[in-house]
Design a protein around this ligand. Structure first.
Ligand code: NAP
Length: 345
């Protein structure tokens, strides 16, 4: 069955990546694009500041952009992908769910709500089961599923791989690309020849979302993992790809070789957009991963890890993922594939 899909916030940095991934997708057919009222009513080509290094697909270039309200979107859409600013998503996404739409969203609103699944399909696909609780409690015919923040999604698959050693404490310092802030996020005057040691709210997101993602679902509730996560987030002048330095302390002893083996064999899932392997591990090159060289591994959906070293209580390593593909649009598409596979559409 082909899934009829729409994109809320289709003109933005993540919305454009969604178009790039959905337009050739074998299971999804794009049928509606929305943005702010300023863009609504105009052809997509005229209002999207297209920055992807491939042309705007012809099938969407002349599509008229719609308002982002349930009454402006066709009733027969099976799945909406949302890449709205969180302040907009906070208000609008529940309205779509109430109107019966299933929404796979990137925005940070609702990510830590107990009845909203926050999923990385290769890590915690079973958490989708909490949708039954969500629909019961909220009286929605639709449903809301979230993917995590781009910096969280970069490190969590590697942490999930190490959890068999008893993850106790994680310290992470990030070097995040400018595309993570969207078009209007960081001015060139601020970021060229510079690094900014502050990304508002990002540290708390990494600390909370990691615990929810690594938690367990008992059929009724998601029990958050007890790992103690401390994050420090920095913006640097790369275009795409978040690099992170991670220190993982474990209850059981672990060597760099153990950590590499655990990540290399960490399971994947049989979904169209899931790469195999999920985590690409560098054995012998201590200066990898690097954003420019490694962000497009697995078509931008793989996580890469390297630079493993022993520490007093565990291991230190570096990991990287493409922030607008694996960290945003690709993550939402993967959640859409999981919703489809599990029969939620
Ligand atoms: P962006 O480039 O600023 O795009 C925002 C989109 O939302 C545009 O389509 C914009 O339409 C639309 N929009 C803005 N205000 C609106 C309103 N009042 N009503 C309806 N639509 C409105 O932002 P982005 O970087 O794509 O990020 C989108 C979301 O994904 C954010 O919540 C962000 O935190 C999250 N996210 C981003 C990344 C990343 O790497 N960039 C990673 C993970 C998560 P107009 O063009 O008409 O203004």
């Amino acid at each position: 069955m082909t899934v009829t899909a729409g994109i809320l916030g289709a003109t933005g940095a993540v919305g454009q990546r969604l178009i790039q991934l959905l337009e050739p997708h074998p299971d999804f057919e794009l049928a509606a694009l929305t943005a702010s009222n300023a863009s609504a009513g105009h052809p997509y080509r005229d209002v999207a500041k297209w920055r992807i290094d491939a042309p705007i697909p012809e099938s969407v270039a002349e599509t008229t952009v719609r308002r982002t309200e349930p009454d402006a979107v066709p009733d027969d859409i099976d799945l909406l992908f949302s890449s709205l600013p969180s302040s907009v998503g906070e208000r609008v996404e529940p309205a779509f769910c109430e109107a019966g739409y299933v929404v796979s969203s990137n925005s940070s609103n609702h990510r830590t709500a107990p009845d909203v699944p926050l999923t990385i399909p290769e890590v915690n696909p079973d958490h989708l089961g909490v949708l039954e609780v969500q629909q019961d409690e909220r009286g929605w015919d639709g449903a809301l599923v979230k993917n995590p923040n781009c910096s969280t999604i970069t490190m969590v698959p590697t942490l999930a791989a190490l959890d068999s050693f008893g993850l106790e404490r994680v310290t992470v310092s990030t070097l995040q690309a400018v595309s993570g802030a969207g078009y209007s996020g960081v001015s060139s005057m601020e970021i060229i020849d510079n690094a900014i040691p502050h990304i508002g709210g990002e540290e708390r997101k990494m600390e909370q979302e990691a615990c929810k993602l690594l938690g367990t679902f008992d059929g009724a509730e998601i029990d958050w993992h007890g790992v103690d996560v401390a994050a420090s987030c920095n913006r640097i002048p790369t275009l795409d790809g978040h690099l992170e330095n991670v220190w993982a302390d474990t209850r059981e002893s672990i060597t760099p070789a153990d950590a590499r083996a655990a990540m290399q064999s960490y399971s994947s899932i049989d979904l169209y957009s899931s790469p195999d392997p999920l985590i690409h591990v560098f054995d012998d090159e201590p200066d990898r991963p690097q954003p420019r060289l490694d962000r497009l591994r697995g078509d931008g959906m793989a996580v890469t890890a390297g630079g493993f070293q022993e520490t007093t209580d565990g291991v230190q390593y570096n990991c990287l993922a493409h922030n607008t593909i694996r960290g945003a649009a690709g993550a939402s598409v993967l959640n859409g594939e999981l919703l489809h596979k599990q029969g939620w559409l």
